[in-house]
Design a protein around this ligand. Structure first.
Ligand code: SF4
Length: 317
């Protein structure tokens, strides 16, 4: 009748996940802390991608942002200071089926964890690394961090920090085998969401530098950028971070940057008049160490024993 055909073959998923399925404990960050926005974006991405919570691992080091795993309903590991990345690499090596989200801060990643930062970028294991940059050690109540701007008054430099800060993007782009390097800001939820979504979709280590508000200790650090969007340079490109009309309207300074162009990416990472946000660089073909460590993971117990015996036999007299 009326040519209407009902499709009874539509598959009803066994499980449908709502945002609540990804919510862990109540977040205890300060009100208006930018960490809340990042948590919310990650939970939305997990919901939109319908990732079963038992297929997610949230790994962190130490710092305010490193409380992240407590607020995700998923596997979590709140590790030691600076050790988020080696723990995440270990998890990915043994459980390649898990989607790994790493939460680390500017102090955690770029100071005590700097050695791990270098090698995790080189290993390029499939995970999303979020560096929450509030330019201060917030959890321990305001010490100078590697990204504190010159002149910032802190407990360790009451007259003002005096070393130039590390340029996180420039440093990462200088590391061997970087495969996805982006920057976003916590106060622009659509751009934050799209950046983290693209990072999640990338096969390899996606490194996302997030300018994060800390109203408690460094409210002035990113304030000018929030008040005056003309100080931001929005990178756009068909291979870059998707930009919707509202985001495009907000930032009048835009540049079409092809993220396969590493030289231009390095130039854009230089501190200039404007802070570039978007995707600096992407190499989908960079070798991934998790592809190597996953080899043999699907072997049966008998096959594993056989392989071990064969190896031991090489040393038998
Ligand atoms: Fe957030 Fe700063 Fe408070 Fe830490 S101290 S929770 S970074 S606002």
């Amino acid at each position: 009748m009326f040519g209407l055909k009902l499709d009874w073959s539509l598959e009803v998923p066994d499980r449908y996940f709502t945002l609540e399925n990804y919510e862990g404990g109540t977040a205890r960050w300060c009100p208006s802390c930018g960490d809340h926005s990042v948590l919310s974006a990650v939970q939305k991405i997990c919901r939109d991608a319908q990732i079963p919570p038992e297929k997610i691992a949230s790994i962190s080091g130490i710092g305010c942002s490193s409380r992240f795993p407590h607020y995700m309903h998923a596997y979590g590991f709140h590790s030691l200071h600076g050790r988020a990345l080696p723990v995440a690499c270990g998890v990915k090596a043994r459980r390649p089926d898990l989607h790994v989200w790493v939460a680390t801060g500017d102090g955690d990643c770029c100071s005590i964890g700097a050695g791990h930062w270098v090698h995790a970028i080189r290993y390029n294991m499939d995970m999303t690394v979020m560096v929450f940059d509030n330019s201060i050690y917030g959890l321990t109540k305001a010490q100078t961090s590697p990204t504190s701007p010159v002149g910032l008054k802190t407990n360790t430099h009451p007259r003002g920090a005096w070393l130039p800060p590390i340029n996180i993007i420039q440093s990462t782009l200088g590391l061997t085998n970087a495969s996805f390097v982006a920057r976003t800001v916590d106060w622009n939820p659509p751009h934050l969401y799209e950046t983290l979504k693209a990072a999640y979709a990338h096969k390899g280590l996606s490194f996302v530098h997030i300018l994060q508000r800390c109203p408690q200790y460094t409210s002035a650090v990113w304030q000018e950028l929030q008040r005056n969007p003309d100080l931001i340079l929005l990178m756009t490109h068909e291979k870059g971070i998707p930009v919707d009309a509202a985001v495009s309207r907000m930032y009048k300074n835009q540049l079409s940057h092809d993220p396969s162009n590493i030289n231009e990416a390095r130039e854009l990472a230089n501190p200039g008049e404007r802070m570039a946000i978007g995707l600096f660089y992407r190499d989908p073909d960079a070798p991934r160490y998790d592809e190597f460590t996953a080899q043999g993971m699907d072997m049966s117990a008998d096959k594993k024993l056989e392989a071990i015996s064969k190896e031991l036999d090489r040393f038998a007299v």
